[in-house]
Design a protein around this ligand. Structure first.
Ligand code: HEM
Length: 350
């Protein structure tokens, strides 16, 4: 009996709150007193069923409030439910994609091993990346990698890490990840723009890129005998540049900045949409970056040295980027500055 009275009182209070705006609007809506009475009767007839109240709260009809600001008169924002419901399947699909990519890379490494050189290194070095290009690449690459890892902690941490490491450690990790993610986003945005400006010229598609694509650069030939010549960057690297760097990363930066700075009067619905796009694109971009980081580290001998020190052996250039090598030898493209003494980076032959 007591609980029925309490529930009825609660319903009256809620109905009164929701009905208040009706006072300000000359409309055909029932008077607050009638609404309250209706609610009271409903609670007696169907205890616990507040559906008309919630229908009105979620109807999107603007309410009144003394708080200034956008959407402060919206008690419940219905799109929020859709956003919350969509996050789960998106995260699950993204997680499955990442797991598949990691398995595929492990399988590829087991099957093919690192791609090495066939000939003997000459010991003569060609400059592949100037210090400015290397700095732009590392600023972009490292900030991307940290954003990727912290983004994964934010997305999957609660379901995967929390049961393993417990509340105390997970709370530290989640707080650190969130802050790093928020602060590194703008750093990535700047590095990305510099990178695009410095690298765009060498990534313009050329006719010979089609040959590389048709044979997938010989990547699927285990013997390594399929040789496909390419310019300074091959078609795979160019695809990475245009898809991952230009399209996906710019979408990530734009959506990320909308989420990072909510003080530009954007609505919650806008931020939810941006959040879903950011999540989908972030998971695809991370999966794509895994392929690149694999090839740039353990997957291909000599590639990482190019990005670390800026130089490659002539033999490496000839086997992996023959048109570029030919242009350098013919003097059509500058050989770059001399390597610092003692010269060189040792490339291990395959
Ligand atoms: C943090 C780990 C990373 C490592 C170890 C790494 C390694 C490398 C290496 C070794 C190269 C030189 C390849 C060559 O000489 O042809 C390279 C080039 C490149 N990297 Fe990375 N990278 C990393 C992250 C990233 C990320 C996150 C992106 C994109 C968001 C990226 C985009 C590129 C592009 C576009 C090129 C040049 C190829 C071109 O301009 O077409 N890298 N990277």
């Amino acid at each position: 009996m007591r609980s029925t009275i309490l529930r009825a009182a609660g319903a009256i209070a809620l109905a009164a709150c929701v009905a208040l705006p009706a006072l300000a609007q000359p409309s055909t809506a029932p008077a607050p007193a009638d609404l309250a009475k209706e609610q009271q009767q409903r609670q007696l007839a169907q205890p616990g069923n507040n559906s008309p109240v919630w229908k009105e709260v979620r109807s999107g009809v603007p309410q009144t409030t003394s708080l200034p600001g956008r959407e402060t008169n919206v008690l419940i924002q219905p799109e929020g439910q859709t956003w919350r419901a969509l996050r789960v399947p998106i995260a699950t699909a993204g997680g499955a994609l990442l797991a598949l990519v990691l398995l595929a890379l492990m399988g590829y490494y087991a099957w093919r091993g690192p791609i090495g050189l066939h000939g003997t290194p000459t010991g003569r070095q060609i400059e592949r990346f100037t210090p400015a290009k290397r700095m732009a690449h590392w600023a972009m690459g490292i900030s991307f990698a940290v954003l990727g890892v912290t983004g994964l902690v934010v997305t999957f941490g609660k379901s995967i890490l929390l049961p393993l490491i417990g509340y105390t450690l997970f709370s530290w990790l989640a707080t650190l990840s969130k802050s790093l993610h928020n602060f590194l986003g703008p750093v990535f945005a700047v590095a990305l723009l510099v990178f695009i400006v410095l690298f765009i010229k060498d990534n313009i598609p050329r006719g010979h890129d089609a040959q590389w694509l048709a044979k997938f650069g010989g990547m699927l030939d285990r013997s390594g005998k399929t040789h496909v010549a390419s310019g300074k960057f091959n078609a795979g690297e160019k695809a990475l540049f245009w898809i991952l760097v230009v399209v996906l990363s710019i979408v990530l930066v734009v959506t990320g900045l909308v989420l990072n700075f909510p003080n530009f009067d954007q609505t919650r619905a806008t931020m939810q949409t941006m959040n879903l796009i950011h999540m989908i694109v972030g998971l695809i971009a991370t999966a794509m970056a895994c392929f690149h980081i694999y090839l740039g580290t353990v997957g291909m001998q000599g590639a990482l040295e190019a990005m670390r020190y800026g130089y490659v052996d002539e033999q490496w250039a000839k086997e992996h980027h023959e048109y570029w090598y030919n242009d350098v030898m013919a003097g059509k493209v500058p050989r770059g500055s001399e390597p610092p003494a003692p010269a060189g980076v040792q490339h291990r032959p395959a």
